[in-house]
Design a protein around this ligand. Sequence first.
Ligand SMILES: [Ca+2]
Ligand SMILES: [Ca+2]
Length: 605
Amino acid sequence: MHSFRFDRIQIWVSSLAMLIGILFHQNVYADLKDSKKPTVSTRPASALGTSAITVNGSIHPYGLHSTYYFEYGPTIDYGTKTATVELPPRLAAFYRESWNEGRGGWFGGLTGGGLKDLVHHERGGATGGFVRFTEPSGHDHNHDDGIGTLHLCKYFYPGVLGPALNQPSAFLGGGDPDFRGAKVSLFVRGNDWVPNGSELMWWTQSQSNIDVMAKPGWERANWAYTGFSLNDYLRSGKWEKVEYRLLNDTEQWTFGGNNHQQRNPQRYSYWSIDESQRHLNCDFFHLLTFVDPKNPPSGAIDFDELEIAYRNYSLLLPSNGGQLMRAPASSPDDAATLTDGWRHGKQRMWHSAANPTEPLEFVYTFNDTVTIQTVQLHQNPQWPAKDVEVLMSVDGKSYRTIRKLTFPERNEHGNNFAFGLETGLSAKANFVKVKILSGYRSRHWGLGEIEVFGTGATMLPDDDLYHVNTDIRNLQPGKTYHYRLVASNSAGTVHGKDRTITVPADEKPRVSTRSATRITASSAKIEGRLNPLGLPTQFYFEYGTDRNYGKKSPPTHGGLQITPRTVFANLNGLEPGTKCHFRLVAVNQRGTSFGADATFQTTDN
Ligand SMILES: [Ca+2]
Ligand SMILES: [Ca+2]
């Protein structure tokens, strides 16, 4: 997929840099060390209302612990900088749902009165079982001011919201997983699928104040990943494997706002994409966006073999500073499978030697003294453990029990839900000991994964490209600001190139025309970015065979948020083999804005 090409480009660029070094007989060692300095790029910023902006950039940290900030100001001397933050740890945690055993913790869309369940099929998937979402689904108008009506195809609770609604939660990352830059892989199949202008895409819903969650006063951020649509994979009617990446770049996302009845109180209030993905604590979905209630989609969508690589702050992951000190002898399995980021699965879990008779002890230490807040242990479905004790120590000699639990043998919702969780701890530790005291089968005792969450560790990032962004507030309307990204790792500090952005002087909509896709002899999808800057806004596209245009797409509600969004129109009835001009136009009470002209050519029948 396009989103993975960065790896190849970066490898190619660094290989080329090394080759040039050798050719010119330079000090190759010095070049190699130098090449470990972060690669830093300042990227275009976007407006956030008339007194704030979101600045974007990218960093390649080469696997070294890295920090970054943005500096900004009215001149190239900048003068102000944002808080220095760490680049997040590696994509070293994995969630997989095969739907072979059942529906797991997954839900489907809405009907008029409640949840419309996904139907589980025992066979016929890309592998084994799968789940099916079938239209008609109830229209979910909750986010109309952001991205229009939704149909919820399938959704899932990664954190604490689920139990509050009496639904199962997988507690990814102890309930606070980081999905910035996450890699998503799944199989989809369309069955007589007619999208009628809707798009199937990823959706992130996060709560900025986790204490209120589903209680009165809750406010939630909703972001659709408009950087990637799954629609194209539903057309063949066959199982199609899809891979994409949730790039942490604001230009790839669209914020979902309130419906028309929720202006007061603000329910779906803004929280930055960086924070919303950093704490994916409510739920995530694959859903249909831009649904036209008068002409909804029809057919069914099948899902199978979902796999997500995300960022996990477990202190036991080797790249986060955990080290295995001692493991039981004579096991057929490598103890490293207990900290490989996978909850269960072949070669991803551990079981003991035959017929254990005494407690099985795993001892871990940390690179730095840490404060342990959460412990999460995952079951081995094949050789389930029963009684397990978790202890911690400062000196490695005297240990204190922090949790003794009796594991369930299995969970009715499947292997992803067979875990023990202890939260609300606060204990400084240099060592952790996990003792398996008994098992459900006498032949072997096992576990799937051991996770410990807390603070105090230095976590290494991936040797990969990261997108970063930060909101900057309290700026002057109409004023131009300079900004640049600055990143440091142990090999040095690098300043990205200077860029500028002019903060909108007033609430007149901001527009930019983007490109055309899905071009046939008679049709095309045309796209743009729009920021309604806080006032109710309508948008349409002008199009035609020259810059006089002459035609326009139906005017559509473009929201009233202060955030940019993706907007599009589907054009039909075009002439084959013809060049078409188009531009985005948006109107609100402060005025009308026109995007730049863009063109595409229809195919020759
Ligand atoms: Ca399956
Ligand atoms: Ca594991």
